[in-house]
Write a protein that binds this ligand. Sequence first.
Ligand code: C2O
Ligand code: CU
Ligand code: CU
Length: 478
Amino acid sequence: EILNKYLFDEKAYDYHDAAYKALVVPKTKVHSLRIPKILEADKIQGDTIYYTIRAQTGETQILDGKPTATWGYDASVLGPLIKFVSGKHYHLTLINNLPEVTTWHWHGLDIPGPIEDGGPHAPVRPGEKKEIEFDINQQTMTAWLHPHPCPHTAEQVWHGLAAPVAVINPADNLPQIPHDWGIDDIPIIFQDRTFHDNQLDYQSDYDMDGTLGDTALVNGTANAEFTVTRPWLRLRVLNGANRRELRLNSNDNITMTQIASDGGFLPHAVPLTKLMLTCAERAELLLDFSSYKTGDQVVLKADDTPILRLKVGDFTEDNRSQLPATLKQIERGFTGGATHKVVMAGMDDSVRINDKLYDMTRIDDQQVMGKNEIWDVSNTNDDMPGMGMIHPFHMHGMSFLVLSRNGHDPYPNEFGFKDTIGVNPGEHVRLLVRFSVPGIFMYHCHILEHEDTGMMAQIEVIDPAHPIHWDLKDLCEK
Ligand code: C2O
Ligand code: CU
Ligand code: CU
């Protein structure tokens, strides 16, 4: 059975908001889809891999005419694919060549916080260089890197800071799934921006409820086109927008088989023709072009606006194979009581988590490492009829399982691990949370302007064998 509708509550969609900006097709020529290069290691010493990642300013040809001033990681905009292999140790050199403080946040990686994780407690000042080290121990998945300085995350992402991350774990990897980067395995980093004489102007477009742009970009490409040269195409879709919900569909309703969510493979593939991702959610989709002919095209759209044309070229080889009936064995059973409660409320300057605004020096919750616990997350943003909005709830430091939505099963494509979940107004979702690394971690709404306003809190994850005393005041002043 093929899912052919979006699963969230239509009445809460972003387009009902009075400040909503519809996407328009940019008046520029067609550009071939930008494919991030793969970050090369500085060196490899046994099981330790050394990477250097610079945050820098640059110029990018996005529209016709003048290039746009943008920011990126080792690139003028966005950044390279950063690959991690589970079981290896990584040594990262982070260099800030920007005119302001930034951080490197590894959204989706199970690494200790708050320094390695790269939240607001891990600033790297302009001109500064910092080194971090961590082990990667997690399943195969697609994550991403973005800045997280409080309260400038939204603006820095708007300027172009975001990069794709892929974790490969030989133990659960499915080698029959296409993995030739840029050929049959491509990122779809969806974002929206408004251009003013070809330039970005965050202040003038700023919206406290989430900044929207009228131009859709895929991997920083406007009016993007990609030539399909093998029948199976793997799309690693990330909604990298500050606020916009991505409702992905296509002109001819091609079946998109979802094989993975934020945190890795789903237990079973979910075929669909329409997919909604809230901010920061990811999905890996497999598209089968074997019944198409050279010259055919499939147009991917966000709502009704074309964002990427997939042009069928001559197939150079047949990369199809059989998907296993079970992609991944996932144990969902849990008996126990709810221990953590998160209430997301408000819009604009009234946004709160558990009635509070974020405070870097306050620990809002605690959990012991290695323990399964329940998190009940609700969105009370339904007080004004028809005015509620969906808040994408994100947690750092691990991937969770979604046990239920309002007491019912989660959506069919939510049976795998996730780190971000869109919560409808008036809804509570029940999450199974287990941390495997210690430290201080953020949890927040991933509408970036809500996060910057303070719709964020933090948890201390305790390793009883190695307790750490965190002096958060001191960290903040460093
Ligand atoms: Cu994607 Cu706190 O972040
Ligand atoms: Cu994160
Ligand atoms: Cu929000």
